[in-house]
Design a protein around this ligand. Sequence first.
Ligand SMILES: [Fe+2]
Length: 175
Amino acid sequence: MPLVSTDENPLIPYQHAMPKDALPEIVVPDAVPMDERIWVPQTDSVSFRPLCLNVSQGYWMNMLRVRKSGVLSRHRHPNAVHGLVIKGRWHYLEHDWVAEEGSYVFEPPGETHTLVVPEDVDEMITYFQVNGVMYYVDPDGNHLGYEDVFTKIDMCRKHYEEVGLGADYTDQFIR
Ligand SMILES: [Fe+2]
């Protein structure tokens, strides 16, 4: 018995409403934006672009951009991270592999690492799903600070207000 019936037109859309409690979808046509104002700066060399700021499950999807020999501070992940390298190349001080353009990376819960962009790469952009928190530490693992979806939202609101897009520009990414 076929999994999909062959005696009906496959181009007929689903005939019923979506569940009334379902959240609206997000469609971002310029996931890697040309408008510089959309990049939210974290340091001189690191910025991010929000795609989905998920407050109901505590994760965020974003493009991370690191320019010329940038470093993303040492941090621990209690939850899994998924990454897809869109542009450039990077590595962690703690591992001997290199994430090249086009690479997919899974980072298991328990990872502590320091992301470095090599000197010959002007710019790297990676699509990351970060779950839970980024827990910033010193080399011995002592706590220095953290980021979660709520600190990300605060950063977005502050930045978008400052650049004239308005703090509520952030709202389209929140679910
Ligand atoms: Fe990380």
